[in-house]
Write a protein that binds this ligand. Structure first.
Ligand SMILES: *Cc1c(COP(=O)(O)O)cnc(C)c1O
Length: 390
């Protein structure tokens, strides 16, 4: 199946009892097992049937198989949030005494996980600019087990060359490359095809697309996913609720048309902001002036719906803009059908110090825009009106 067909039909569950057109929702915490011997067998082999919803659930499983199919992965694991996915994926690959290399521009709570939580369990870290492949090579040490890349990076939209990083990582036998591909979704890029070992998504964002669910997913080899499920998810318990999984599966059916419109609208908004006298700088990988535009062109099928912009006049100008938008909503999160605006330094990236943020171009006067699928003219008019007020 090609991509537009796959987002709708891949792994669709057939209901053998009533022939439901939409996959049934299996809202059950436990499963009735046929007999004692089967109960014993399934408890040891949770990938072969359903025992208890913390180990696996049919509605969650449909979502997992759909994502695995779109990411060209052997297997996938759904979790209660993107951070749940990132925590389980990285902790399943790391133990005390190991080392992780990660990018200097990543989602703020991932940054907190790697700099505050993992070190308290004895995991060392190095922060590098992952767009500089030589810097990654230099940062890898004998105890390195994970190289973690977020591309496009939240919030400055830096693009890391996944294939080039994978080529370096593959020279080190025990190191795995984990890519957070949330901003792209499987519609715009497939990190595993480019040599990554693991891909993680916040399914809260583009995969679901409607802002009504918090969820995450890991896609990788069956070996890695089985280990993420048992014992890691089994013990961490960041389990995806069946109803949430069912909602994402419905949301994913429009992923292709949504992403096309997100990309088209974002390009128009980026071009408008790029020329606007009140805007200092626009961060959108679709603009030829973006420092990693060429890599984006090479590894993505479109430039996505996310961008940031530095507004002249700093925080005061940001306040005016954010308090007066009407079509955009002042909200964190992203990837929804409707457009959102947030202030990265105080919202998504509050876990970094001001010094750390300034070093990677997350400036005080910066807003991040999640461009929705409304009419681009209305989005541009909304921004034009509020920028005239600053
Ligand atoms: C939102 C986000 C996350 C975290 O996902 P949650 O579902 O909020 O836990 C991780 N990575 C990126 C790039 C994100 O935008």
């Amino acid at each position: 199946m090609k991509l537009n067909t796959a987002v709708i039909h891949a792994e669709q569950v057939v209901d053998p009892i009533h022939g439901c057109h939409v996959s049934p929702l299996y809202q059950s915490s436990t499963f009735i097992l046929p007999n004692f011997d089967e109960a014993v067998r399934l408890n040891q082999n949770v990938d072969q049937g359903f025992v208890y919803s913390r180990f696996g659930n049919p509605s969650v499983n449909e979502f997992e198989r759909k994502v695995a199919s779109l990411e060209h992965a052997e297997s996938a694991l759904g979790l209660a949030s993107g951070l749940g996915a990132i925590t389980v994926a990285t902790m399943s690959l790391l133990k005390s005494g190991d080392h992780i290399v990660f990018g200097d521009v990543i989602y703020g709570c991932s940054f907190a996980l790697f700099t505050k939580i993992l070190p308290s369990f004895g995991v060392e870290y190095s922060i590098v600019d992952t767009t500089d492949v030589a810097a990654i090579e230099r940062a890898i040490k004998p105890n390195t087990k994970v190289v973690y890349v977020e591309t496009p990076a939240n919030p400055t939209l830096k693009i890391t060359d996944i294939r080039a990083v994978a080529d370096v990582v593959k020279q080190h036998k025990d190191v795995k490359l984990v890519v957070d591909s949330t901003f792209a979704s499987p519609y715009l890029q497939n990190p595993l095809d480019l040599g990554a070992d693991v891909v993680v998504h916040s399914a809260t964002k583009f995969l679901n697309g409607h802002g009504n669910v918090t969820a995450g997913v890991i896609a990788s080899s069956k070996e890695i996913i089985d280990r993420c499920r048992m014992p890691f998810l089994q013990c961490f318990g960041a389990v995806l609720d069946p109803f949430a999984a069912w909602q994402i599966v419905q949301g994913m059916k429009t992923l292709a048309v949504r992403m096309e419109r997100h990309c088209e609208n974002a390009m128009k908004v980026a071009e408008f902001l790029d020329k606007h006298p009140k805007i200092e700088r626009v961060y959108y990988p679709g603009l030829a002036t973006h420092p990693t535009h060429e890599i984006a062109k090479k590894q993505m099928r479109g430039f996505g719906g996310m961008m940031s912009a530095d507004i002249k006049g700093g925080v005061d100008a940001v306040r005016t803009v954010m308090n007066n938008v009407k079509v955009f909503s002042l909200a964190t999160s992203l990837g929804n059908v409707d457009s959102l605006i947030q202030h990265s330094p105080s919202m998504s990236h509050f876990d970094m110090t001001e010094e750390e943020r300034n070093a990677v171009s997350i400036f005080a006067g910066q807003v991040r825009l999640s461009i929705g699928i409304e009419d681009a003219e209305d989005l541009i008019a909304d921004l034009d009106r509020v920028l005239a007020m600053v």
